[in-house]
Design a protein around this ligand. Structure first.
Ligand SMILES: [Zn+2]
Length: 414
């Protein structure tokens, strides 16, 4: 149910752990959605990348139509950067759904300000800290967080225009939290999905918290802070967008007509999170069906996220758009055929139910094998299995156990 509430909401763009600042206090009528053992550190796992997460309060329902829009938004923002940076964009893992241990009331508190500190602590406890020389930027698309957005980067942003792309800023962990009032409003038919984009600040129902374009522009903007790029007027006093110059880092409401200033673009390209290969970083991996794979089930699909594979151990569970799980009553064995050029098999492994004993997963690629042990009660963790050129990968789980693999995928890089 969508209800309107008159609430003063603070929108923060924070950068630099030591010099956080808040700005732009908006008095807004917003849309609220009503009702509705730490793993091996993920932060030290595969290469530097953004982790897009649909962050779901403990007491709100999962909705496939919301998820579909969020997946689209992240994809569109990744593509938008690519078009602005000559093909270069940020590396990103597949989006996951994370149900918090906190309820909506706890996250919202009395002034909506707990949408930052509670998830920050929660993800750190799960081995996913963003501010401990981390390799990950957490992008939390927060269900129910209304008109709240903010970002922070562990090693801050550059402080002078001439420092852009010359100083290592924004190349460590980061956190961006973006409330999803636009998503709820679009699905309720009260927020526009299209419209004119201009440097002028939107008015009425086309503000960022109620507009599909500016929602995606806000994600691009907040992520931009985590990569070390401040508002341009912080380094070029008096800068204003006009009809000829519209940068997302100042005027994200003009998305997708906005662009990036040349020194901003240089800085993005200079960070280790950006590369021309980022869009081809991984492809979904599905086991061959039939025969030995009969004891496994494929859950969900990258093309239609109506069903999720849920793994236990973190908060209220972690949902994956697609995955495979073993049959609890028989030993699971799978065969996989890596495409040419693939160097790594990557997946999150975890429990889909209550285990009776620890289990072992064995990945065999020609003569080499990799073993992963999964102890009872463990939270999902990311595994990377090296592949030889031309190999058939076989996976066995022993003994029979309720194990799932979320987002199994092939990657040319670790
Ligand atoms: Zn900002």
């Amino acid at each position: 149910m969508i209800v309107s509430a008159g609430v003063v909401v603070r929108r923060t763009c924070r950068r630099g752990a030591r010099r956080r600042h808040a700005h732009a206090i908006l008095a807004a009528t917003i849309l609220l959605l009503a009702g509705g053992t730490p793993a091996t550190s993920l932060a030290q796992g595969p290469g530097k990348r953004v982790l897009p997460i649909l962050y779901l309060p403990a007491d709100q329902p999962f909705a496939a139509d919301r998820l579909r829009l969020q997946v689209q938004a992240v994809h569109d923002v990744q593509e938008w950067y690519a078009t602005r940076l000559g093909g270069s964009t940020f590396f990103a893992d597949p989006l996951i759904v994370q149900r918090s241990r906190h309820t909506f009331a706890q996250l919202a508190d009395s002034n909506f300000q707990n949408w930052w500190p509670l998830p920050e602590k929660e993800f750190a406890a799960w081995g996913m800290p963003w501010n401990d020389s981390s390799r990950i930027k957490l992008l939390l698309l927060a269900q129910g967080a209304g008109a709240w957005a903010g970002a922070d980067s562990e090693n801050g942003g550059y402080e002078r225009e001439g420092d852009a792309a010359r100083v290592r800023r924004g190349d460590l962990g980061g956190l961006a939290v973006v409330g999803d009032s636009s998503i709820g409003g679009i699905l309720a038919g009260v927020c526009p999905r299209s419209g004119e984009a201009s440097h002028r600040k939107p008015e009425g129902g086309t503000a960022w918290w109620c507009n599909w374009n500016t929602y995606r522009g806000t994600i691009a903007h907040e992520l931009g802070h985590t990569f070390g790029v401040p508002h341009p007027d912080a380094v070029r006093p008096g800068f204003r967008c006009d009809s000829t110059v519209i940068t997302n880092m100042q005027c994200h409401w003009a998305w997708p007509a906005d662009s990036l200033l040349p020194f901003e673009a240089q800085h993005f390209r200079s960070t280790p999170f950006f590369a021309r290969e980022a869009r081809a970083d991984w492809t979904p991996a599905m086991p061959e069906t039939g025969g030995a794979a009969a004891a496994t089930r494929v859950i969900g699909s990258p093309a239609g996220p109506d069903t999720l594979l849920w793994l236990t151990g973190r908060g209220g569970g972690t949902g994956y758009l697609w995955g495979v799980r073993s049959d609890e009553h028989g030993e699971a064995s799978m065969r996989w055929q890596p495409p040419p050029g693939t160097r790594w098999f990557i997946a999150d492994i975890g429990w889909t139910g209550e285990p009776t004993e620890d289990a072992t997963l064995t990945f065999r690629c020609d003569d080499a094998s990799t073993t992963e042990r999964l102890v009872r009660g463990a939270a999902p963790r990311t595994i990377t299995v090296p592949l030889a050129t031309r190999c058939t990968l076989s996976t066995t789980i022993s003994p029979a156990a309720p194990i799932g693999m979320g987002n199994p995928r092939w990657s040319p890089r670790r």
